[in-house]
Design a protein around this ligand. Structure first.
Ligand code: GLN
Length: 547
């Protein structure tokens, strides 16, 4: 039966709870344990799939097709454990399950209440798969005291009571603000946050204190005394140069030891940190700088393309170069010539996106990369735009476009080279959709297999011919344009196993131009960079030699 670590936060949001959880997962693995990480989000959306990236950052998709919080991406990048649908839940999902059961009559006429019905639903979620791993790390979104979060805090309190003594611990993240006038780190907000936590029956075992400065011994003693946490379980979390420093930094500060002590695991197995030492070595001993232009839509919010930013960094690590991704709003190219903007970059990436806004600019970026022989990676919408570019400018289909934009505009303007997919095969069953279906959870989602063409660039990059990658889209490139496009040099080099859905395209006469219908960035890890990103950065580096 798994041991549980519940991770909560206080004082302010965005303290890096997800990162601390992920780093703890990595450290427990380094000591030989198996781990799973879970996220419980208090918002009322059933999942983040329908939220704008501006609201909540990127939507992270799992192999089994769940649209989840971007923290699950951190978890995967740090532990290498593929996240599952059962690793993420929101209040919306919990309430919707409870209400569904109520309508079905499962509660036998009882009055439905937060305690016990909602809290039981949360506890059932926590218990899924508890026999599969040594440690289950569960992060509660938001901060202690938020109205929406209360049922989750109550549920974890109950859960720890239901289990044998010593099976659950609580780790709380807080902030120690630095007051410049007095030159001091202030512990009062942390004290208040712990007080709030204790008022709902949770006494933290480990306190992780974010601060810009080291915690002086005197302050550590004070926190320990006033918050009733052992002194060696008051862990300093200083600002880091890179998120990938977190496992080593937290280990230095004694986080994993404090957690094992709280479970009374003694002697603790010794950690093997070589994976993270190698990651840091690659990051810190990089030679040269590669500049990548990311031409997208959600460019004001860094978190909107979180996994892409990380995968580019990993690609750099694979080649021991530093990668600087610069985000350019695609709409600019609808008004201005892209050349002065894009010259000087070693490669161009067009990421995924939804809706028509900015797409003409993305098409121009694809054209620029194709004509100038600059490495291009188009992801999902970025692939669709590359196909439309080739259809318009090489195959002479001047009004080529995507049905997505016609649907949005409510009128037909384009030849649908990219069309709305209504029926497809997943594993060994058929999936069907129609226009006007609910927006939530109805795309082609999760892992699908693709077959790569022999002799293609992608089969060389992957080093094989069968791959499995994660999808999240409603529209597809139409296979009926294949011959026409291939005769112009745009090769369909990856296909679904039934040969109906184009998964990858590449330009035959271009050094490195690849469009993929899936999201390779979701599977990249610092210790295992995704082959597409690794080779994209290699091509960018070779391109910079030519400049
Ligand atoms: N909007 C496109 C579709 O639904 C692309 C989606 C994406 O880029 N993730 O097919």
């Amino acid at each position: 039966m798994a041991r549980y670590v519940f991770i909560t936060g206080g004082v302010v949001s965005s303290l890096g709870k997800g990162l601390a959880s992920a780093a703890l997962g990595a450290l427990l693995q380094a000591r030989g344990y198996s781990v799973r990480l879970r996220k419980l989000d208090p918002y009322l959306n059933v999942d983040p799939g329908t939220m704008s990236p501006f609201e909540h950052g990127e939507v992270f998709v799992t192999d089994d097709g769940a649209e989840t919080d971007l923290d699950l991406g951190h978890y995967e990048r740090f532990t290498g454990v593929a996240a599952r649908r059962t690793d993420s839940v929101s209040s919306g999902r919990i309430y919707s399950n409870v209400l569904e059961k109520e309508r079905r009559g499962d509660y036998l006429g009882k009055t439905i209440q937060v305690i016990p019905h909602v809290t039981n639903e949360i506890k059932d979620f926590l218990a899924v798969g508890e026999d599969e791993v040594d440690f289950m790390l569960c992060e509660i979104g938001g901060t202690v005291g938020d109205i929406e979060g209360l049922p989750f805090f109550e549920a974890i309190r109950q859960f720890s009571q239901d289990r044998p003594r010593g099976q659950c611990i609580f780790m709380h993240l807080t902030l120690l603000p630095y007051v410049t006038a007095s030159g001091e780190l202030k512990t009062k907000p942390t004290q208040h946050s712990v007080k709030e936590l204790r008022s709902i029956g949770i006494a933290p075992d480990v306190l992780v204190c974010r601060s810009e400065h080291p915690i002086p011994e005197k302050e550590r003693e004070k926190i320990s005394l006033f918050c009733n946490v052992r002194k060696d379980a008051v862990i300093a979390a200083p600002d880091l140069r890179s998120i990938y420093e977190a496992p080593l930094a937290y280990h230095r500060e004694g986080l994993d030891q404090a957690v094992l002590d709280a479970f009374a695991i003694s002697p603790a197995p010794r950690p093997d940190l070589s994976r993270w030492e190698d990651v840091m070595d690659r990051l810190e001993n990089a030679e040269g700088l590669i500049r990548i232009a990311v031409v997208g839509k959600y460019t004001q919010l860094e978190d909107a393309y979180k996994s892409i930013a990380e995968a580019l960094t990993h690609g750099g690590m694979a080649n021991r170069v530093r990668v600087k991704a610069e985000w350019i709003d695609a709409e600019i190219f609808e008004r201005e010539d892209p050349s002065p903007w894009l010259e000087g970059f070693q490669a161009i990436l067009v990421p995924g996106g939804f809706g028509e806004r900015g797409t003409e600019g993305k098409i121009k970026a694809a054209q620029f990369a194709r004509e100038r022989g600059i490495p291009y990676l188009g992801i999902c919408l970025g692939m669709q735009m590359a196909v439309i570019e080739a259809a318009r400018n090489l195959a002479g289909l001047e009004d080529a476009g995507s049905e997505e934009f016609d649907h949005e505009a409510g009128k037909k303007r384009f030849t649908p080279v990219v069309y709305h997919l209504k029926e497809w095969v997943q594993g060994n069953h058929k999936v069907a959709r129609k226009i006007g279906d609910d927006k939530g959870g109805t795309m082609r989602l999760g892992a699908y297999t693709a077959q790569l063409a022999e002799g293609s660039l992608v089969s060389r990059v992957y080093g094989g011919q069968t791959i499995e990658e994660r999808h999240r889209h409603r529209y597809e490139v139409d296979i009926q344009y294949r011959d026409q496009l291939e005769s112009c040099g745009l090769v369909f080099s990856g296909m679904s196993p039934d040969g109906r859905l184009p998964e990858i395209v590449e330009h035959r006469d271009h050094p490195w131009f690849i469009g993929v219908q899936f999201h390779p960035e979701l599977k990249s890890k610092p210790f295992a960079p995704h082959p597409l990103f690794a080779d994209f950065i290699r091509a960018a580096r070779d391109n910079s030699r030519l400049v």
